[in-house]
Design a protein around this ligand. Structure first.
Ligand code: GLN
Length: 486
């Protein structure tokens, strides 16, 4: 069911918003003790908000587009009066005094916030195993990870615990879990969506975006959260096009570039490669022209990212000092002792690793060799994309080199974990919009994700191609069998 179907049913009285919310709460009670995709469930408030909307529907009011639809929110987005932990012990008692711009816009559009979703601690990770509150499992196969860092937002949509959700994507944290969980996930252009109230990881890369069961729902969420925000000076003041209007336009004559550098990578699984090549043929059948495109520095993205992202993180995470927010280790005498002990006990090991790497890369004597060099490579990666978009409308690649890997497989091997973002990171470094959508399944029945990357502010084109593909491929008709609790 799409948001459009739900709207119809709500309007006709066939179903009430309260029933929709109650159904999701029941499903969370049944399945989430296993999946652990929610850190907080907002049952009472969600039900009373739904009743409020039902009254307005009954009174015949003209309601905003997402009215009465239950949505999940990643736990790194500040929600006024509702605990926001970033899945970290250091924020485990943090209740924000303000609402992030994106959640405010969703609530103004009538959406019902059903709860806060699990994630890797401070969005650092690719498997949702670094959460201080336990890992999220993949609803397609509970011995596999859901991807990360927005694993809770992806798994909850895939398992039908909410109709859509918000995540954040710094190096692939929306697209990679979307691919592992068989749902649609989109990272907008840097500056399209406000970061006000998003707890910062790497500020020059972070963007908030939607997860949904289908492309048109993702477009609806994006429509609502996009646009200039006076509280975030990096948002850009250009009009937000009507994404729904162009969704059903034909892609005949559109030029789609296969990024050839992605396909010769030794870590790329055969099933993934075949499924993505097959998807390109399907797009060709729909009238698009497929051309090979070279982005020579594409594979340098990962090394570049793992200097820039930890550098920014080391600065952003300096604010957790045991004084202003969250956890404080209280036994100590001096301020320095209290701060260092609070950080030592409050942060998990992946977060500490990033702070150490970032502090090192920014220190006097190393900053030119590491941080500055990485910024220069970042510019070169962006130039490769600029050249590519002179020839094509949209670029195509796999979302991740493999399908969902086993729980625990990579947790002690950070290099292997980092490699799962090989194909998503370049879009963040260049600030480009990109979408992941299901395109098939591997031999063991796990979903495969297709990634489309667009030029800046061309979200509309991405959604159009994705929607045409989705309608033709019908991969969404397969849903995970959620009988794992039986
Ligand atoms: N997995 C990547 C990392 O660990 C990306 C995370 C993200 O996009 N937030 O940094």
């Amino acid at each position: 069911m799409t948001f459009a179907d739900l709207r119809q049913k709500l309007k006709s009285g066939e179903v009430s918003s309260k029933e929709l919310v109650q159904e999701k709460i029941n499903r969370i009670k049944e399945l989430d003790p296993t999946l652990n995709s929610f850190l907080t469930v907002n049952s009472d408030k969600a039900l009373s908000n739904a009743e409020h909307i039902d009254k307005k529907i009954a009174a015949g009011d003209n309601l905003p587009p997402l009215s009465g639809i239950p949505i999940g929110i990643k736990d790194n987005l500040c929600t006024k009066g509702i605990k926001t932990t970033c899945a970290s012990k250091i924020l485990d008692n943090f209740v924000p005094p303000y609402e992030s711009t994106v959640t405010k816009r969703l609530l103004n559009a009538g959406a019902i916030m059903i709860g806060k979703t699990n994630m890797d601690e401070f969005a650092m990770g690719s498997s949702t195993e670094t959460s201080a509150f336990g890992p999220t499992l993949n609803p397609w196969n509970i011995s596999k990870v859901p991807g990360g860092s927005s694993g809770g937002s992806a798994a909850s949509v895939a398992a039908g615990l909410c109709y859509g959700s918000l995540g954040s994507d710094t190096g692939g944290s929306i697209r990679q879990p979307a691919s592992f969980c068989g749902v649609v996930g989109m990272k907008p252009t840097y500056g399209r969506v406000s970061r006000w109230g998003l707890i910062a990881f790497a500020s020059s890369l972070d963007q908030v975006g939607p997860f949904a069961n289908n492309v048109s729902d993702a477009a609806e969420i994006l429509q609502v959260i996009s646009g200039k925000d006076e509280f975030d000076s990096t948002t850009v003041d250009i009009p937000v096009p009507n994404y729904l209007e162009t969704l059903s336009k034909s892609i005949k004559g559109m030029k789609i570039g296969l990024i050839e550098n992605c396909f010769d990578h030794e870590g790329l699984a055969t099933d993934v490669k075949e499924s993505v090549i097959c998807s390109a043929s399907l797009l060709e059948n729909l009238g698009a022209e497929i051309v090979n495109v070279s982005c020579p520095r594409f594979n340098d993205g990962i090394a570049t990212y793992y200097v820039i992202a930890p550098s920014e993180a080391s600065a952003n995470l300096a604010r957790y000092d045991g004084v202003k927010y969250g956890f404080r280790s209280g036994d100590e005498q001096s301020l320095i002792e209290m701060t260092s002990k609070s950080r030592a006990l409050g942060f998990g090991s992946e977060v500490k690793r990033r702070i150490l790497i970032g502090t090192y890369a920014l220190s006097a004597g190393y900053v030119d060799a590491y941080y500055k060099k990485a910024q220069q490579v970042r510019t070169l990666i962006r130039r490769d994309f600029d050249d590519a978009f002179k020839k094509v409308d949209v670029l195509l690649a796999p979302t991740a080199p493999t399908t969902a890997f086993g729980s625990g497989d990579n947790i002690d091997n950070p290099m292997a974990m980092y490699l799962s973002d090989l194909l998503t990171i370049p879009a963040n470094l260049a600030g480009l919009p990109a979408i992941s959508l299901p395109c098939g399944f591997d031999k063991s029945g796990l979903p495969i994700g297709l990634q489309l990357i667009g030029n800046v502010f061309e979200e509309g084109k991405l959604l159009q191609v994705a929607n045409q593909f989705e309608k033709a491929a019908e991969v969404y008709k397969n849903r995970p069998k959620t009988d794992f609790t039986l």
